[in-house]
Design a protein around this ligand. Structure first.
Ligand SMILES: [Fe+2]
Ligand SMILES: [Fe+2]
Length: 358
């Protein structure tokens, strides 16, 4: 049985400025990479598609979209309690991950300017979009009398190094999962406007098209690098990244079940649909996808969430350090073994059917 976790009261850095949540494996991370290796990527194997996607980014279809219209100009003090806390938490998490994308893309654009102007332009367009997204979310937080100090975040977060291959796999997946997350919330609110307690959700339709285009750019980049989809190693990495993204998504959705319930979304149905759709979409980029129809698939994902919940309970308990350490072993083993069993489920080959319409 999955129980709802209450969202803690936001901690303040100074009045009106929210302290960033404690970094864990699950909080959105900040990345850095080998910029020279990205500059030297040979994209000739898929240059036509890449140039076409970059033209789409250059067109900047959403340049007039991120405007805070009249609807935003009112007090939101009537949104209270768990709904308010869960919504602020959602805004912060989304803002941090949008901002993390901005920083990585901006730095890529800056470092590639001389060596690879085509990719530098592309990253500049991506940074432009993510800055708008992060800014819009931060202004929404300000409507709830809080905001994130993004320059503080830039300086104080730890940066994780990912080689370019990992960046391409993970950013592709996060853009596509971001698309499905936003579009499914938008479609739900469109059908059930009574849950639209704040006008942000109205913006999601065009917003998610940005994420879709970003994903298409990374798909074109990935397909320009045959070693990222042709080799047996690539197949193992793709399975790994699909799985880790889906496990992380499941844990964050169930941890924030109260937010989804506040907007009338069933967390389990939402999680399963986001994962199924992202998995199907990624067949266009990856040589294989996971078998989400396997009877154990979603059950094991949820077992991973239950494991993290038990770990959190142990961490907060008053037991001694060594006792806590021993108590953590069974849930850690459970998470590891469920992930291993998920990894070993036979994947679905997508390369053999490539060229057929999806
Ligand atoms: Fe974004
Ligand atoms: Fe994006």
């Amino acid at each position: 049985m999955v129980k709802s976790v209450q969202t803690p009261e936001p901690q303040l850095l100074k009045p009106g400025i929210k302290a960033p949540v404690q970094e864990t494996l699950l909080t959105p991370r900040f990345y850095t990479t080998d910029f020279d290796a990205v500059a030297n990527l040979d994209i000739s194997a898929n240059e036509t598609e890449l140039r076409a996607v970059i033209e789409e980014l250059r067109a900047d279809y959403n340049r007039h979209h991120f405007v805070r219209d009249e609807e935003f100009k009112q007090s939101w003090d009537h949104v209270q309690g768990e709904k308010r806390r869960a919504f602020i938490d959602f805004l912060e998490r989304s803002c941090t991950s949008e901002f993390s994308g901005f920083l990585l893309f901006k730095e890529l654009s800056r470092r590639l300017q001389k060596k690879n102007p085509l990719l530098a332009d592309a990253f500049n367009y991506l940074a432009r979009d993510e800055a708008r997204h992060a800014g819009f979310l931060n202004k929404s937080m300000a409507d709830f009398n809080l905001s994130l100090d993004l320059s503080y975040l830039t300086k104080h977060r730890t940066y994780t190094f990912f080689p370019p291959e990992w960046v391409i796999y993970t950013v592709y997946l996060s853009e596509k999962i971001g698309y499905w997350r936003y579009i499914l919330v938008h479609r739900h609110i469109e059908k059930h406007p009574e849950y639209q307690f704040y006008p942000l959700f109205r913006k999601f339709e065009s917003w998610c098209q940005d994420e879709n285009r970003h994903g298409d750019f990374f798909k074109a980049l990935l397909r320009s690098q045959p070693k990222l989809w042709q080799s047996w190693k690539a197949r193992l990495w793709v399975r790994f990244f699909l799985l880790t993204v889906f496990v992380t998504h499941t844990i964050t959705v169930f941890e924030r079940a109260t937010f989804y319930e506040a907007i009338g979304i069933h967390p389990r149905q939402y999680n399963n649909t986001v994962i199924q759709e992202t998995n199907n979409t990624s067949a266009r980029a990856f040589p294989l996808i996971l078998d989400t129809s396997h009877p154990d698939f979603f059950w094991r994902l949820e077992q991973c969430f239950l494991g993290t919940q038990r770990l959190a309970e142990i961490k907060e308990s008053k037991a001694w350090g060594l006792v806590k350490f021993w108590r953590k072993i069974p849930p850690m083993f459970s998470i590891f073994s469920n992930m291993l069993r998920l990894y070993l489920i036979k994947p679905i080959d997508t390369e053999s059917t490539r060229g057929t319409v999806r």
